[in-house]
Design a protein around this ligand. Structure first.
Ligand code: 76R
Length: 274
């Protein structure tokens, strides 16, 4: 977007910004109806321009509970663009109207612990389905198709239009006997297998995007869960608490729930019209 500064594209993946704002009602109240209309048109146009930018996705939310009012999730390749878009969004409704209450910078990333085809084949053999058996062929084929999509989505996500989003930051614990980072890779990999097994139980009900933020923001990852039913969010987060990876090693920050909605509906819901 900018003309003079060289872009900052990571060698793979996207930058991801989660921006949560509250509406400052007194700054909004002093605007005339004409100024308000102009402000809403300006924000609408800005988001449309951002959406039209190459390799960029932007999602808008009405946030549930007064922790925040308006939420934006921005995925874009160039950090210069991410930074420019974010500053423009913050001032788009006029001075002081959008008050940032929480924000998070992370990046899409590959996983260290993805199950390989060889591991899956060994698992199938151990379960009594040796190579060459129809079960082995079929289950390995299904596994490979699923993993291909999983890996592609993790690095180059395609965000859904599902309505319920749950956002929270997460660390792996580093305390005494519970230090994730002091474990051998093989031990971590085995533990992550259990995590993935729980996750796979929610196929079709939960989509997740785990973005890395070590060195970028306060926690190590940001979790974005997408669902059609709030109960599925509650259920997966609850079930994962019993899995060792979360039970023993996970630490969480604040949780936010947002409803993905068209901008016009968000404006109506936030009582910004008129
Ligand atoms: O299948 C595979 O081999 C890869 C599976 C996989 C990895 C590597 C996976 C699957 N996740 C991975 C990594 Mn996950 N995930 C979370 C949370 O609230 C909590 O307790 C935890 C928050 C949820 C809800 C979730 C859901 N996952 C990670 C990582 C990085 C770990 C690291 O590198 O140390 C984190 C922080 C994390 C957290 N995970 C899945 C899910 C779901 C639903 C799946 C199944 C996805 C699918 O197979 O399509």
């Amino acid at each position: 977007m900018n003309q003079t500064v060289p872009p900052l594209h990571p060698h793979e993946g996207w930058h991801v910004l989660h921006l949560f704002y509250s509406i400052d009602r007194s700054s909004w109240a002093i605007l005339t109806s004409e100024e308000r209309l102009q402000a809403l048109t300006h924000l609408t146009q800005l988001l449309q321009d951002i959406r039209g930018h190459e390799r960029t996705q932007i999602l808008t939310f009405s946030m549930v509970s007064p922790k925040a009012d308006f939420g934006v999730m921005l995925l874009t390749g160039d950090l210069q663009d991410a930074n420019e878009f974010e500053k423009k969004i913050t001032v788009a409704l006029g001075p002081g109207v959008l008050q940032p209450v929480y924000s998070y910078l992370s990046m899409t990333e590959r996983s260290e612990y993805t199950t390989t085809s060889e591991q899956k084949a060994a698992e199938l053999t151990a379960a009594g389905h040796p190579p060459g058996s129809p079960e082995h062929q079929q289950q390995l084929g299904e596994f490979e198709a699923r993993m291909k999509k999983y890996l592609a989505d993790r690095l180059n996500p395609n965000m859904s239009d599902w309505p319920v989003f749950c956002f929270y930051p997460m660390n792996k614990r580093r305390e005494g006997a519970d230090n994730w980072y002091a474990l051998d890779f093989e031990v971590r990999r085995k533990l992550m297998e259990g995590h993935a097994r729980v996750g796979r139980g929610y196929a079709g009900k939960i989509r997740q995007l785990i973005t890395g933020s070590t060195g970028l923001d306060e926690f190590e990852w940001f979790v974005t869960l997408q669902a059609k039913d709030t109960l599925d969010i509650k259920a997966i987060v609850y079930e994962m608490r019993f899995d060792e990876v979360s039970a023993r090693y996970a630490e969480f920050g604040d949780f936010f729930i947002g409803l993905q909605l068209p901008l016009g509906e968000i404006f109506r819901r936030l009582c910004l019209h008129g």
